[in-house]
Design a protein around this ligand. Structure first.
Ligand SMILES: [Zn+2]
Length: 273
């Protein structure tokens, strides 16, 4: 039986390599009553989870970057909840479980089982992956920069949620707007570091770019990592929105360098479950 499982998984991964089309999870932009424009995934709404992705028409992008506590208060008000937790994001593989608001530590994964506690991930090109349990046991996010992806941040968040009582088959994972494979040019040394860190199968996450340098597909790398961690492929969604291409909506470190602000990708368990 185990062998059949492995064959099926390899077939799915091979198909993903050949066919870049994926579920967007019903990602869309919508206007809130306060004037903010936010992104939302129908797939997370269907799972009964609170979430949103902020844009330039939302909390100030410099505030999200430099004063996430203040941005968090605005976001919590909009969501009708009470407290927000965030991380000092450091591009590594560590996951923190938090029970109250404020800075939860230096890490790139954050998880909670506390209803109504809003988790705030910050991004200026890096994929933030929002992960929730259909049965409302826990929510979390991974800040999956290339270094954190090599460090295994996304499967580490999944494992921590399973430790807290989630069944991996009940998890829904959504990859928020971030630098896309068409735009994410990297050096050969990054490609070599990724392949030696993740394994030979990571060759499939790269394609040659027109400028001669490889392009790294972080969406594919994190989708693959989620599947290998046991998340059902049909429960993994990619917004498909590139922050370099849509710099009008989202701050981008690659476009704006050190002046770039950050947008927030946010998830919470509702209070009434
Ligand atoms: Zn792009």
């Amino acid at each position: 039986m185990a062998e059949i499982g492995i064959v099926v998984q390899e077939f799915i991964l091979a198909r993903m390599v050949d066919d870049p089309a994926h579920s967007t999870g019903g990602f869309r932009l919508e206007r809130l009553a306060n004037g903010w424009q936010v992104g939302r995934f129908a797939a997370l709404e269907a799972a009964g989870l609170v979430h949103l992705v902020t844009t330039r028409q939302g909390p100030d992008v410099q505030q999200v970057r430099h004063d996430p506590a203040a941005a968090g208060r605005e976001i919590v008000d909009v969501l009708g909840l009470e407290d927000a937790a965030f991380l000092e994001q450091v591009h590594g593989g560590e996951v923190v479980v938090c029970e109250k608001g404020g800075c939860a530590g230096f890490a790139d994964g954050l998880v909670t089982v506390v209803k109504g506690l809003v988790l705030i991930g910050k991004s200026g090109d890096c994929p933030v992956i929002l992960i929730g349990d259909r049965h409302g046991r826990a929510v979390g996010f991974a800040h999956a920069s290339w270094r954190a992806t090599v460090a295994g941040i996304t499967p580490a968040v999944v494992r921590r949620m399973v430790d807290l009582g989630c069944a991996v088959g009940d998890l829904v994972a959504c990859i928020c707007p971030s630098v896309g494979p068409e735009c994410y040019e990297v050096g050969e040394e990054v490609r070599a570091t990724v392949i030696s860190g993740i394994g030979p199968h990571a060759v499939a996450f790269f394609r040659p770019g027109s400028g001669g340098k490889p392009h790294f597909d972080l969406w594919h790398a994190n989708t693959d990592a989620l599947i290998r961690a046991g998340v059902p492929p049909q429960s993994i969604h990619v917004s498909g929105v590139c922050t370099l291409c849509r710099n009008d909506l989202f701050p981008s470190h690659r476009r704006e360098r050190d002046a770039a602000g950050r947008f927030a990708a946010v998830i919470a368990l509702p209070l009434d479950r």
